[in-house]
Structure formats: structure tokens, C-alpha cells
Design a binder for this molecule. Sequence first.
Ligand SMILES: Nc1ncnc2c1ncn2[C@@H]1O[C@H](COP(=O)(O)OP(=O)(O)O)[C@@H](O)[C@H]1O
Ligand SMILES: [Mg+2]
Length: 288
Amino acid sequence: MSSCWVIYNGSLTSDKFEDQARLIKEAAERAGIQALIKKNYEVMMDLTSSIENPPSFVVFLDKDILLARYLKNKGIRIFNDPEVIETCDNKANQYIQLAKHQIPMPKTIIAPKVYPAFTIRDSGYYEKVLESLSLPMIIKEGRGSFGMKVYLIETEEDFYEKVEELRGIDYVFQQFIATSKGRDVRVNIVGGKIVAAMYRHSETDFRANITNGGTAEVVTLTAAQEKIAIQAAAAVGAEFAGVDLLFGENETPLVCEVNAAAHIRNILNVTGINVADAMIQYILEEIQ
Ligand SMILES: Nc1ncnc2c1ncn2[C@@H]1O[C@H](COP(=O)(O)OP(=O)(O)O)[C@@H](O)[C@H]1O
Ligand SMILES: [Mg+2]
């Protein structure tokens, strides 16, 4: 009998991470797979010993890339692959990959690495960014979820304050897509196929994330939305992906981001579609 581990980050206290793991475990069990939920720190990354009772595969819901790689090196198949988790974990990295595949997205500039002694205001660099993207613009940290590290910058003062604050952190400057203010589309993709989608909107914030106060409803995707969502997931190599799409001019879709460990509870509640079942079916076909 196949067995699997569902790994999530045990240091995150919000119940939604364990809930996410439970949805996958239940789907695995429905498919006759013995499933164990594990917190990342419950797997000892001891390089000198072997893993007792290794599973047939791991569904990796965390961003502990070292753990994903450790398990992969032990010969265990990991979904998503550690390389994909790493690419997506850092949005700056991810945008480089999306751009390489000519995926339509807002104009994006990756911030340079700067050390503490650097005088930001004298460099001349940031004026060029302001000129190129103009205000309002988005500043987005490389690592962040639920809209928490995405900022709408409206004044030069806010711009320089944020730039100072983000020294030493990977981030990007991005064109603010005003036509998409407070609304986006989430598309869940499994193995190159769209499984579910929802329209998210917020009346109180420019970010449409549900965790950030947005609400969601069922949506029928346009052919253009379907196409770029699938292309975006493929561009980063994601077998499982939650792709966020923005609405550009005339509702032309633009890729906002690709999540490698997209949460599936909200989309289940909104659409009645359990993405976990599609994930498990996909894995079973892959590992045959
Ligand atoms: N360039 C942009 N223009 C307009 N809205 C944006 C832009 N980038 C992000 N947003 C809004 O902010 C939300 C969060 O951004 P996202 O990149 O998806 O980060 P997170 O990983 O935190 O979800 C998006 O769902 C969208 O509503
Ligand atoms: Mg998002």
C-alpha cells in the first residue's frame, strides 16, 4: 500500500496550516493511501542516518526548502519539487522565471541588494525607479503571503521610507494595476489542468486576499485567463499551483503571482471543489 507524509510548518500557530494538511490527508485516505501529517520539525534532518519507514511520497505544504531537499535526496518524491518551492518562495525569483517565459505581468523591477552603509538617497537609483513606474506603485517583499508583505506606495515619502525599511530584504517594485484594485482571480492548477477558480474582491483594501478581508465567489474563466494561468504554472514548473491573476486594461489578464503551496480551504468553501482529491489523483498517476 502507498503511504504519504503531508508536511506543514509546525511553527506557524494559525490553524489554517494544519487544516490544509488535514484536507490532503483525508483525500489521500479516500484514495486508499496511508497518510501521516507531520510538522516540519518532526522530521530530523540527520544527514548521517536513514529515514525509518519512508513514505512513498510527500505532499510538501511548507517552505522549509532544506527539508524538502533533504527528503528528495533520500530518494522520496516530493510534491511540489523542492526547486519549484524555492523558485516560488521568493517572488523576485519567481518573476525572473515568469519573465523568462514571457508571461504577461505588471511591469516589475527587482530591487538591488544593498548593504547597511549604502546611502539610498544619494545613489540616483531610486529616482529612476520612481520615474519608470511612477506613483502609486506596489512594493512587494520576496517572501510574504496573504497580502501581508505587499504595499501600495502613494507618496515619495512612503516610497523612501519603505525602501529604507527593506534594506537587506529581497523585494520588487511593481506597476500598480489600478484597474484591478481590490480584485483578482485565484486559479488552482494541478498537473497543467485547471481544477477550480474563484473571483476575489475587497471593498476595503487594494489587496483581494480573503485573509485580508476579501470575499470570494465562483467565476467562469475567460479563455485568456485560462491560458496565462496554465502558462504561469508551467513557467515555474509547478505541478500544483495557485495562480493569482490581475485585471489589466480591458480586463486583459496579468499574472500577479504563483503560489506553490496554495491553500485550498477557501476555494473548497466557495466552489465546492476539493482540490486535494485532484492533487492525490495526479500524484498516483505520476508515481505509478
Ligand atoms: N501590481 C499589482 N497591482 C494591483 N494589485 C496588486 C498588485 N500586486 C498585488 N496586488 C494585490 O495584492 C494581493 C496580494 O499580492 P500577491 O502578490 O498575490 O501577494 P501574496 O503572496 O501576499 O498573496 C493580490 O491578490 C492583489 O489583489
Ligand atoms: Mg497572492
